[in-house]
Design a protein around this ligand. Structure first.
Ligand code: ATP
Ligand code: MG
Length: 139
């Protein structure tokens, strides 16, 4: 494991500065797994990151499960929240998405994945009062 960044974010504008600093780190083929409680700010983080890639109208994949953006790099934003069993997660076929290695991946609710064998960047968001502590590490 390698720590890449840790920051306490006090506002949405601070978040934009932080996600901007990560643009060079998040490359095609990178899989970012989010670990956070409900409403901690996973989707907001991805939306902020997407804005730096020129996508100003990204949205939550909570109901669509997978959102795709033709940005550079292209992005798959996936939300596992509504997948209630291991079989349901299997049926999403993440391997199919990961095989498209020109894409950058953001996956919300990575807690639902068991036995993660692929290299990834773990992004944990912890809420503390109105602040968010964001921890980024290479695993
Ligand atoms: N860094 C931040 N600073 C201020 N407000 C934030 C921040 N991140 C998220 N929020 C606010 O918190 C709320 C929930 O954010 P968001 O939907 O991104 O959370 P989530 O972790 O994706 O939720 P879910 O668990 O439902 O997927 C939103 O109203 C959002 O504006
Ligand atoms: Mg979300």
């Amino acid at each position: 494991m390698k720590n890449l960044a840790k920051e306490t974010i006090h506002s949405l504008s601070e978040l934009d500065g932080f996600t901007k600093s990560l643009v060079p780190i998040l490359k095609p083929g990178t899989i970012c797994l989010f670990y956070a409680e409900m409403g901690a700010g996973k989707t907001t983080f991805v939306k902020s990151f997407m804005s730096h890639l020129g996508v100003m109208d990204s949205s939550s994949p909570t109901y669509t499960l997978v959102n795709e953006y033709g940005s550079s790099p292209p992005v798959y934003h996936i939300d596992l929240y509504r997948l209630e069993s291991e079989a349901a997660i299997d049926s999403l076929d993440l391997e199919y998405y990961f095989s498209q290695s020109q894409y950058l991946f953001f996956i919300e609710w990575a807690e639902k994945l068991i036995d993660i064998k692929f290299p990834h960047i773990a992004i944990s968001i912890t809420q503390q009062d109105s602040n968010r502590i964001i921890d980024v590490s290479l695993r």
